[in-house]
Ligand binder design. Structure first.
Ligand code: AGP
Length: 612
């Protein structure tokens, strides 16, 4: 995934584009570049470099650019390594047309081969470069957007692009298919960007471009058409959160900030969704009818990574409250399986970004089979939400840290609330029981806040284990996904090998790993299978495993087995994943910091995997 931004207006573009790029750095950071139409001679000029945006900034201090129309890009390499030549922007043979691109052009080799045969000279190994040479091929006595439109018809794959050209120096053209792109509306200036934080300093009025839409931006006009050239009248959305919410504020890392935001976010979410004193659950964009929901015979949850773990928890929650069979699969498997789904299967797609390629592909497969699709998503107007029959927004605000934290617990809350909403429709539990569950759920923000008061102690415990070479996470029932998620958190920010397992599976293999050099995180809150977890802990102890336990306040038994205990407040077992998540996130965070890792931008990762 990459970040792109464009500007056309009356102000100097360079600082606006660089500031916007920094807000997009979470989308990819192995090289970056900028191109401006120069004030002086109206030709595009480029600065680009491998490395993070601060390398590009140093380059611009030495050789600044001045111009009022420009594009910029921060890259997560797909085709061609992070080199000077492969960094965006890319130009045509003349250097007069310049492009930045996020996405993957799957047929680029064939196109490149044909364009070389027609005399085009390529300078990079990227797929992107074929687009600008195609534009050059068609850009003969027609407007730039016409040439772009002709070029796009040859592409197979996904793109969000920004294009500028010497011949029309007051124009910025954007287009998208399969990768996000928004238009920011300003006063005598307009913006193009991959995501909202990039332009929030300048405007809160945005238009979310849809699939196959092309935008032509001038400083005082924006025209949007579809690929055929037909004009579209798009409504703008007003962004309600502000840039500080996408800033670190007083926290050392976005990840720590976002961990600490969770009580407030869950509080807001519950207030937004639970109405009439708890007797009604409201989903403003959930448009799948009660009739259709009453008819479904099974549910299929599809997601990746952390969102998948929320989906596994969703299985336990939905089956327990709605008495409907639930299957869960990672999107990359779901999309290629010979699926047994139809119009009686509700498919729930979970995605923080709403742009994950595998999840989008899975949703498209589900829709081909007539299944209604409900998305649980955090990004307003993202591709996934536009392709779903119903949406449950998690309203967690911008999640900038690559490791998902607040979006995860917000996804869990979405599952709890949707399960209670569905249980009410299907009459699988009484109104009284639903109300009791809602009363328990409304305690969660306060319990989370109380738990976060222990983060210094949790940090110390984490650091005591930061030297260990591998971790095993064990959990059961609704906390089996908690174990999966705890392991993913640790491995992705600290690079320590970590594995999440169903505790009952330990004797079927993982027990061979237990020794004094490995930490075993045991998720053992009070539950109907607590004794089974204690048996597992005893087996680990007898093999000198280093046990870290997550237990419930008042559990006097657990400290007989290990001193390394993090206690969570008492809560109904069903809701315990919401509290368990916090110590698991903090353990991962503090170990990563202790090991000097780049917590917010871990190596090799990107915030959203918009390519296969
Ligand atoms: C989670 O910490 C990871 N960053 C990653 O597994 C992520 O959950 C996954 O890529 C799915 O992203 P999405 O929720 O935006 O679809």
């Amino acid at each position: 995934m990459c970040g792109i931004i464009g500007y056309v207006g009356e102000r100097q573009a360079q600082p606006i584009l660089i500031n916007g790029l920094k807000r997009l750095e979470y989308r990819g950071y192995d090289s970056s570049g900028i191109a401006l139409i120069l004030d002086t001679k109206k030709t595009p000029s480029i600065r680009k470099s491998p490395g993070k945006i601060k390398v590009l900034e140093r380059l611009l201090i030495e050789k600044p650019l001045s111009g009022r129309v420009g594009i910029a890009h921060t890259r997560w390499a797909t085709h061609g390594g992070p080199t000077q030549a492969n960094a965006h922007p890319h130009t045509d043979c003349t250097g007069e047309i310049v492009i930045v691109h996020n996405g993957i052009i799957e047929n680029y080799e064939a196109l490149k081969h044909q364009l070389i045969k027609e005399g085009h000279k390529f300078r990079s190994q990227t797929d992107t470069e074929v687009i600008v040479h195609l534009v050059e091929k068609f850009y003969k006595n027609i407007p730039l957007e016409e040439a772009v439109r002709k070029a796009l018809k040859f592409l197979v794959g996904s793109f969000a692009i920004g294009v500028i050209a010497k011949k029309e120096p007051d124009k910025l053209v954007g287009a998208r298919l399969g990768s996000p792109l928004i238009v920011g509306l300003g006063k005598n200036e307009n913006f193009l960007a991959s995501d909202v934080p990039a332009i929030l300093d300048s405007t809160k009025e945005v238009i979310f471009l849809g699939e196959g839409e092309i935008a032509v931006l001038r400083k005082n006009s924006v025209e949007i058409t579809d690929l055929s050239g037909a004009k579209l009248h798009k409504k703008s959305s007003h962004i309600t959160w502000d840039i500080t919410q996408a800033q670190k504020n007083t926290y050392k890392h976005f990840m720590l900030k976002e961990i600490n935001e969770q009580p407030g976010i869950i509080e807001n979410l519950l207030n937004l969704r639970i109405k009439k004193g708890g007797s009604e659950i409201v989903f403003e964009e959930q448009r799948i009818s009660a009739e259709k929901l009453r008819r479904i015979s099974k549910i299929f949850v599809v997601a990746c990574g952390t969102a998948y773990h929320a989906g596994v928890a969703g299985k336990y929650i939905l089956e327990s409250l709605c008495r409907v069979p639930v299957a869960v699969d990672v999107s990359s498997e779901f999309r290629y399986r010979d699926l047994m789904i139809n119009s009686d299967t509700l498919v729930i797609a979970v995605s923080q970004s709403g742009e994950t390629a595998d999840t989008l592909a899975g949703v498209r497969e589900a829709k081909k089979r007539g299944a209604p699709v409900l998305s649980i998503c955090n990004v307003l107007g993202s591709t996934l939400t536009r392709e779903s029959d119903g949406i449950i927004y998690t309203h967690a605000g911008p999640e900038i840290g690559v490791a998902s934290t607040k979006a995860y617990t917000a996804q869990l809350v979405a599952f709890y609330l949707f399960a209670l909403y569905l249980a009410n429709i299907r009459k699988t539990i009484s109104a009284e029981k639903i109300n009791k569950f809602l009363v328990d759920l409304k305690k969660v923000p306060r319990l989370m806040a109380a738990l976060l008061k222990k983060q210094k102690e949790i940090g110390k415990l984490a650091r005591r284990h930061s030297h260990l070479g591998s971790f095993l996470y064990l959990g059961r029932n609704v906390n089996y996904p908690s174990a999966l998620e705890g392991a993913l958190k640790l491995k992705e920010v600290s690079y320590i090998p970590a594995e999440g397992y169903a505790a009952g599976e330990m004797k079927h293999g993982p027990i061979a790993l237990i020794d004094e050099y490995r930490a075993v995180v045991c998720v053992a809150p009070s539950s109907k299978i607590y004794d089974k977890m204690i048996s597992n802990i005893q087996e680990i102890k007898s093999r000198k495993g280093r046990i870290i336990a997550i237990a419930t306040d008042g559990d006097s038994n657990i400290k007989e087995l290990t001193r390394e205990v993090i206690y969570i407040p008492k809560i109904d077992e069903l809701f315990s994943p919401l509290l368990v998540a916090l110590p698991l996130q903090l353990i991962a965070y503090h170990i990563a910091v202790k090991r000097g890792c780049d917590v917010d931008q871990p190596r090799n990762l990107a915030k959203s995997v918009t390519v296969e």
